[in-house]
Ligand binder design. Structure first.
Ligand code: AP5
Ligand code: ZN
Length: 216
């Protein structure tokens, strides 16, 4: 199964991606996670990406397209993949089409998680992430059972710098301007599944499974 996940910052892409990747046994490829790891390690790419991420802006297309092309050429993507956070611009979507044409592996579906704008700021500013394993929580909607610690590994939870209200708002504005048009791009190709992202995490996952049910 070759899938992409669309949706605004905070829609629940990462949360759902973990479950989808497990259910369909495909690698979860998150460009946001790849950049955060590169920033942590202060690699050359990480240093370049950091200023854009801190400002809530998109990392330039040529950097993103390069790392995704390299990742999709790895052997574990032969059986399929789930792209989370890519593509985010028309240029990235076109580049993805070309990469997949070269690999002779057309995309199956684009899953678009829809959440009203007013819910997104609350989801982003309340998000907490485990320092050790990257699990995602929310101070109200998906809290850990242990105060400030990860349920899976006991690691410490922290708030992403770009989840502070000012930067979160900028990310939403960037999404509306640069990424929203992609919904039509995939609709016109007949590959789009719109999913209501406002229910519980389990309810959203059920809808995604239903939408993918008939996909080979
Ligand atoms: P990235 O990491 O991709 O961030 P994003 O798209 O803004 O997505 P988020 O991780 O914020 O949200 P999500 O939809 O995954 O939500 P989550 O599941 O965590 O990108 C970060 C930065 O990297 C970008 O700003 C950019 O600079 C750069 N970048 C990355 N890719 C790029 C690209 N292709 N091109 C250029 N630059 C790129 O959920 C959010 C919260 O809500 C959590 O707390 C969760 O617990 C909670 N939640 C989830 N589901 C529910 C639910 N059903 N009900 C209630 N709460 C819920
Ligand atoms: Zn953890």
């Amino acid at each position: 199964m070759r899938l992409i996940l669309l949706g605004p910052p905070g829609a629940g892409k990462g949360t759902q991606a973990t479950q989808i990747a497990q259910e369909y046994d495909i690698p979860h490829i998150s460009t946001g996670d790849m950049f955060r790891q590169a920033v942590k390690e202060q690699t050359e790419m990480g240093v370049k990406a950091q200023s854009y991420m801190d400002a809530g802006k998109l990392v330039p297309d040529e950097i993103v397209i390069g790392i995704v092309a390299e990742r999709l050429n790895k052997s574990d993507c032969v059986q399929g993949f789930l792209l989370d956070g890519f593509p985010r611009t028309k240029a990235q979507a076109k580049a993805l089409d070309e990469i997949l044409a070269q690999l002779n592996s057309p995309l199956n579906r684009a899953i678009n998680i829809e959440v009203p704008h007013e819910d997104l700021i609350a989801r982003l500013t309340g998000r907490r992430v485990c320092k050790d394993c990257g699990s995602t929580y929310h101070v109200v909607f998906n809290n850990t059972d242990q105060e400030g610690r990860c349920d899976s590994c006991g690691g410490e939870l922290f708030q992403r710098d770009d989840d502070k209200e000012h930067t979160a708002k900028e990310r939403l504005a960037v999404y509306n301007k640069q990424t929203l048009p992609l919904i039509n791009y995939y609709k016109e190709k007949g590959k789009l599944d719109n999913i209501d992202g406002t229910g519980s995490i389990e309810k959203v996952f059920k809808q995604i499974k239903n939408a993918l049910g008939s996909t080979g």
